[in-house]
Design a protein around this ligand. Structure first.
Ligand code: HEC
Length: 150
């Protein structure tokens, strides 16, 4: 067999082999979802829920390694940092900190993650979407529900 053919077979075996690494694409139950006005909810669902909730819509490429590993990593890290399906179980202090982060990262256009946008163009925040999230962040911190952190 030629070296080229051996290399191709080797590559095929590798590509098939990595498919066997299990990737847990799980959506745990929604225990304590965030409760927000409809306009805020719509933006969160369109642009944030895939990584920051237990209602992730796992795309087809999340079934194919190595893309699956990258998707899984972002969802895992995203949920660990901020999970709108567990929001109600956060302490007031934690909610306030997360709200501040939302304002900061949205203002700086750091969220949604850049890598996510080419395949989810509908998740890109318009100026109006950004204002919706920033206004929500501020008013939730200012209200008695979630007073500003001391
Ligand atoms: C493709 C996945 C993905 C999407 C979509 C996404 N995020 Fe994130 N987000 C992450 C990851 C991963 C982190 C962890 C930090 C990092 O790796 O940059 C994070 C971190 C954050 C943090 C920081 C939490 C902390 O305390 O440090 C905030 C706030 C945040 N995201 C808000 C949002 C908002 C608001 C949206 C929607 C407008 C959004 N994210 C969309 C993946 C995502």
């Amino acid at each position: 067999m030629s070296t080229g053919r051996k290399a191709l077979i080797g590559l095929a075996v590798l590509v098939l082999g990595i498919q066997l690494v299990p990737v847990p694409r799980e959506n745990p139950p929604v225990v304590a979802p965030v409760s927000v006005p409809d306009d805020v909810q719509t933006v969160l669902e369109n642009s944030c829920y895939d990584c920051h909730s237990n209602l992730t819509e796992w795309p087809w490429y999340s079934r194919v390694a190595p893309a699956s590993w990258l998707v899984y990593r972002d969802v895992k890290k995203g949920r660990d940092e901020l999970n709108f399906s567990e929001w109600g179980d956060y302490s007031e202090r934690r909610r306030n900190r997360k709200l501040e982060e939302v304002e900061e990262l949205v203002t700086d256009k750091k969220m949604p993650l850049k890598i996510y946008l080419p395949l989810h163009p509908e998740a890109r925040l318009s100026v109006a979407d950004m204002e919706t999230l920033i206004d929500w962040s501020r008013s939730a911190r200012a209200s008695g529900e979630s007073p500003p952190a001391e």
